[in-house]
Design a protein around this ligand. Sequence first.
Ligand SMILES: CSCC[C@H](NC=O)C(=O)N[C@@H](CO)C(=O)O
Length: 722
Amino acid sequence: IDFFTIFLSKLYRELSLYPSLSRADVGPVITSQYGGKYSNIYTEWSQRDLERNENVKFCRQYIVFHDDKSLVYSGASGNCTEIRGEVLSKDSPSGEMKAVVRECTVKGEEKQFLEIWSKNIKMKSINLTALKKHGKVYEDEQFGCLVWSHSETHLLYVAEKKRPKAESFFQLSSSIDEEETTRLDRKETVKGEQFAYHEDWGEALVNKSCPVLCVLDIEGDNVSVLEGVPDDISPGQAFWAPGDTGVVFVGWWHEPFRLGLKFCPNRRSSLFYVDLTGGKCEQLSSGSSAVCSPRLSPDQCRIIYLECSVYGPHMQCSKLCMYDWYTKKTSVVVDEVKRSKEDGFAGIYCSQLSPKCWSADSQRVLISCPQRSRKDLLTVDISTGSVTSLTAESDIGSWCLLNIERDLMVVSCSSPNCPPYLVVGFLPSRDSQEKVVWVTLEGSQMLPDIGWQIMTFTPPPEHDNSQYPGLDFEALLIKPKEVKAEGNLPLIVIPHGGPHSVIVAEWILSSSVLCSMGFAVLLVNYRGSLGFGQDNILSLLGNVGSQDVKDVQFAVESVLKNGDFDGQKVAVSGGSHGGFLACHLIGQHPGFYKACVARNPVTNLASMVGSTDIPDWCVVEAGYDYSPDCLPEPSVWEQMLNKSPIKHVTQVQTPVLLTLGEDDKRVPNKQGIEYYKALKARQIPVRLLWYPGNNHSLSKVDAESDGFMNIALWIIQHLSLR
Ligand SMILES: CSCC[C@H](NC=O)C(=O)N[C@@H](CO)C(=O)O
């Protein structure tokens, strides 16, 4: 190991110390003995621990004195504490109690407990594993929840349906000597099911197959699985209906078969209500669209939720819809936006609203979402549908709403040169022109040597899309503030994945380390990205491998015209669809890029369609309609192949580093291997890194850090930088 590698790992270690915010909850208003009003804010953070090789979660609380409209005093109360073993946790609405789902190992066996804490006493610890009412509790963002009833007497959560134990046809029947419990267990086992296949919900949701809604009656210590949910529906994102009469949830249809859900809010789904007493289930929204993130208003009269169409591009511009609990009427509050409005509003792009998103008077909804290459904080007036940005004028690249309670907004801010920090501010009243006064609760350190800018590009006429003419796109350029000698800045080009996702101007660890090492990084939001209107998204369907490739190359060549860069020292790196683009770029522009890195890249749509958890993606991106019960026509297979990077592999001259996850369900690692073999056959330098226990994101701490080091060293080597 040389000096350079040590320097690089030291830099990575240093910058990986900055934690990110994952959650914030605002407690009830307390009146102090001197009459001052205050609330506690509970925050959760996550940080990479390179020594322990895990992402550690910790919490810190803050105290905020206020007069319901403005902050009087705020500060941290105590130090931070690491959180271990907590799967889910939630304070009761009054703040009197706390519920925790905890995982721990007892006598070598993993168990899940549901704990109820009151003040400083653990009142109950219910062994959910021993109860055997259901399987593991869901902790994911897709289905998972832990919700107190309004009366604080019951808790609602989602778990895997209990599956009868399967045993071999040849298992001997229980002997008389066996303990009673073992004999009872045996009674419930089924023979012949031992090797039955159970569908799951795909990438990052493996082993999640049949979720059920579960309720704990706290007083009676009784867990029950709610009845009445239709058999062809997987429920999740549940909460208590007004008056605790039942439960509202999102239900995803899982017939004819489950398609991957991660990054796919376009799956057929609806809002449902299941009655607690009779188990009667009612469908509240249309059955022909895709919905998520339902949130009940503080006055308990309305439910706001996001809706988009089924199939088509996976991520799209959403509608903000509202269901009136009493009139049972549904309305569209904010419609899909085809092109940015005159006031700059570009539409709603998020697959999740913050846990609470309503103003205290139940008249406005707050949403943080990408608007072109920034993440902004928007307010929506539910009676007029008018959208106002609270942050459009700010210099900060990303405003992420963690929560809002009684108009106190808790936000995580960051920029490419500034790690996440925590701010709070009161939402000004509906008809006031006042600006929000933001107060920092937990600051962060600005990196003075890193500069960033957002660049806008108009494609040349020959690249214009005749069906969707006049669209522009952007790129985020991150580069050292001081360029030492003119004309020798190396450039790393990073097209994002998706392709319908977006890079916003937020803190990105890898980019900041690369920039601190003296690289410029260009992250391109080519046409097809989120945040620029629905037309922009649709313009890419059928044009993958050409329009997106042209946009990236156009952005790179435009940037290179600036005298700071060395056109002979350009590398390209991307993951997933970004890896697809990296491989396309080196195939379509032979020799232009001196190094290429691809994380779990899509290299051949035609060979992937039968093995990914989202076959519809391949067909739709190739420009065709997907149908789950039809094999694509031969011409569609041909087009899928024609639009794939493998088609251009014979032109490649660039050395390629592939990083693959053994357990990737999204882009099966065979895609990378197919490309690896094609390169090897032509004696193009190629190296493959294989990460066991990792899925599509390669985000486990060791895979991420090892990947970063290898990527940086690969680029340095092939750009001849040492
Ligand atoms: C059949 S894989 C499609 C590409 C993938 N899309 C959704 O999962 C992708 O590019 N994913 C991005 C995130 O959007 C990634 O970086 O993994």
